[in-house]
Write a protein that binds this ligand. Sequence first.
Ligand code: BGC
Length: 521
Amino acid sequence: MGGVGFAVSGRRGDDPTQYPGKLTWYVVMTLMAAAMGGLIFGYDIGISGGVTSMAPFLEKFFPSVYHNQMDDTSTNQYCKFDSQILTLFTSSLYLAALVASFFASTMTKKFGRRKSMMFGGLIFLVGAIINAAAVHISMLIIGRVLLGIGVGFANQSVPLYLSEMSPYNYRGTFNVCFQLMITIGILVANLFNYFFAKIEGGWGWRLSLGLAGVPAIIIIISSFFLSDTPNSLVDRGREEEAKTLLKRIRGVENIDAEFNDILAARNDARLVQNPWQNIFRSRCYRPQLVMSILIPFFQQLTGINVIMFYAPVLFKTIGFGSDASLMSAVITGVINVLATCVSIGFADRWGRRTLFLEGGVQMLIFQIAVAALIGAKFGVTGDVTELPKWFAILVVICICFYVAGFAWSWGPLGWLYPSEIFSLEIRSAGQSVNVAVNMFFTFLVAQVFLGMLCTMKFGLFIFFAFFVVLMTLFCYFFMPETKNIPIEEMTRVWRDHWFWKRFMDEPVTRANEMTRIEQIC
Ligand code: BGC
């Protein structure tokens, strides 16, 4: 199987001297500010699991769930927390984000990446305020939906912004900062939940939900100071501005090679009237479309959000007390942040494939270990009253290794890889497909997990392990390496790939590629 994915015989991108430039402070600061967009997403992921395990919150908004839990005397651990209405509260946000991402696509293309980020931050802020002030369940749901719209806009625009602004040989590093911010958001939310649950008077949940406004304010303020990407400026006809910006962010006068590539990409993009129609209909975009659907699908089918949303519940299920459960969630949160840093350091050095493959194998091993441990102790009945301490510690250790495997592979690369593979003409639409699929499966996992745990028991972990095997094989055979390839030159990775080249069958220049799109596809 010659060259499964590795070979990218190159024109410009293999030789970094072709795009002169250095890593300027201006671009570093800009990218850091933009990556803040990840915070609002991460904070949301981390906050809801803890809030929905706070008794005063449940008593106020979900009294039936609260009373059921209080009255529940069964010892079947697998089914203790199964409640559709409660999971709907968590997952409604992701449905809203899914829908919003399609509107974000048009806004990001027409008005630029920066405006989308700003808009996302503003809507998110309003959602956080409504949630903190909620006196009725309808306010909670409206707040959640607004948060979802904010997340949809931010996740659509921030990864694109990062990939376009970064010098191509640092693209992995900077894009992974988005994921780092997600993981920091999750951790901060876990810590807040831990402390706010202890507040007397039981109103700590208001703080947990309201503080989501802080990252929103950060992203709104920083997007005032950000400039848009050169690619987006050129796409909107502002060439001179783009040229000046490119000189500033690359720190050199000679930016002609990069600028001309962006111009060429823009000229091609203008031939494509309807990106949505093209991305779905034309053969030449098939590899990119497949990736934009399968990567977020696989990312969610790793089962990671079972841990992110339900770690406290899961740890309670295996016999931890309330406090110990929240604390264990904090521990997995710390591992998540630290392991993401590995990817920051190595995505551009070892490449995406090495991390994807290693992460997959590691997740698989520890998912099977968790299934075996829980299966051995709980069996199929789930009837357990007392569990030894060593057992609980062993489960937490295995979960930490699993989280680390995700955090340096499918976590960051699930956002990086799709954001760098689309041609300019379909980039915004492609990223929306990526966000929408991601949000749909995040929603699905959040919605069905507790029910699945109740019916599939420890087999649930085997279910996710099966998908990890599939995605690792998919990566090995079908995912070409993208490190060090300039973003506007990415089409060549498909042309050089043993499988995808059949969709790009002619040796094409950009111009005749477009003719092909127009005439054949
Ligand atoms: C995923 C989230 C997940 C998070 C965990 C992100 O890349 O999209 O669904 O909760 O990683 O760190």
